[in-house]
Design a protein around this ligand. Structure first.
Ligand code: COA
Length: 334
């Protein structure tokens, strides 16, 4: 957890890159294989489309593309990156994680350290918190943080209550202390392990190892208690948002833009209502991408910048919740 103090320079989020696969699955496409409708999905979630990887595409290739964008957009050279953190819930393969694959494909120095971080859909904000603290600790200067997810590979495409909600995507940021934008004002990460069963994938680990015939077993797909998640989501994003504001001695009236985790438009609207903030100060893009887990925050943040909503000097609040239950927020001046 980072709080500002008068004599301390906090690191910056120097750049943001984001990407999604080309292939698009619309609600109408899903109507053809599932007992669902565009009307149901749109009214219950706000989602219209999602982008998904083709069979021969790899999740880490999305991370590489987003990272290239983030590196090009930053004043930092590839050779200066001294650590890579990949926030993901499902890496390309169980061992090793996706981080070394991305380091190699990006052509970063082969001797730098890397690790994967798993914190549900809050992974990108957890990774920012960890990176900022590691830089503050003095051991690192420029850290590449990636949020990468391909949930299309682990949802049950016959389960209408989950598969309609998710898409694939990746985002990346260079965290460092050079540059005049993206100054982090405070970060906070939190957990509520009493909710660890709300979102889960039981099969494939050591308790329930990969097994023959597992494609018939729902435990080998992402499962979720939708209503339970819904109820907790607003409280988690609200409390972490207020926590970073308090740490920075600021209030919601100082915030120009909130970029929340893009899971469901109804959750986002309730968050806005409970914070007393108008929807015109909230970045929303889930209609196009659905819930891309660790990638929603960089995807929406970048869209806000590219579309010209988020301008230089704006105070931006990023907030997310997800499996674990892990949640958190980051406050920055863009
Ligand atoms: N199409 C049509 N009907 C569907 C459907 C779909 N895709 N998915 C579920 N239904 C049905 C259910 O089977 C149920 O039918 P029944 O009444 O005959 O039993 C009905 O719709 C209502 O289901 P319910 O679960 O009560 O809907 P809901 O209003 O709670 O919305 C979610 C379901 C999943 C959209 C909502 O709970 C949600 O978004 N939760 C948060 C999930 C989330 O964000 N997860 C990721 C966190 S990182």
């Amino acid at each position: 957890m980072i709080e500002p103090s008068d004599n301390e320079t906090l690191p910056n989020i120097l750049s943001v890159g984001a990407t999604v696969p080309e292939k698009v699955l619309t609600n109408e496409d899903l109507e053809k294989s599932l007992d669902t409708s565009d009307e149901w999905i749109t009214s219950r979630t706000g989602i219209k489309r999602r982008h998904v990887l083709e069979k021969d595409e790899t999740p880490s290739s999305l991370g590489v593309e987003a990272s290239r964008e983030a590196l090009e957009d930053s004043p930092v050279g590839v050779e200066e990156i001294d650590l890579v953190i990949v926030a993901t819930n499902i890496s390309d393969m169980p061992i090793p994680g996706s981080s070394p694959l991305i380091v190699e494909e990006l052509g970063l120095p082969s001797d730098i350290p890397f690790f994967d971080l798993k914190a549900g859909c809050s992974g990108f904000l957890y990774a920012i918190d960890v990176a900022a603290n590691m830089i503050r600790g003095g051991g690192y200067d420029k850290i590449l943080v990636i949020g990468l997810e391909a949930l299309s590979r682990i949802v049950n495409w016959e389960d209408r209550s989950t598969c309609v909600l998710f898409g694939d995507g990746a985002g990346a940021s260079v965290i460092g202390d050079r540059g005049d934008r993206g100054r982090i004002l405070s970060t906070s990460v939190h957990g509520d392990s009493s909710k660890s069963k709300l979102i889960r994938l039981e099969g494939g680990g050591t308790r329930l190892p990969p097994a023959e015939g597992s494609e018939q077993d729902e435990r080998y797909y992402l499962e979720m208690e939708g209503k339970g998640v819904f109820k907790s989501a607003v409280n988690m994003m609200k409390s972490s948002s207020l926590s970073v504001l308090e740490d920075a001695d600021l209030t919601l009236s100082n915030v120009d833009w909130i970029v929340p985790h893009q899971a469901n438009i109804r959750i986002i609207k309730q968050l806005a209502k409970s914070l007393g903030v108008g929807m015109d100060r909230i970045v929303v893009n889930l209609e196009e991408y659905a819930n891309t887990s660790t990638a929603t925050i960089p995807l929406a943040f970048k869209e806000g910048i590219d579309e010209g909503f988020i301008e230089s000097g704006d105070l931006v609040l990023l907030t997310a919740f997800g499996a674990g239950a892990a949640y958190g927020a980051t406050l920055l001046e863009w």
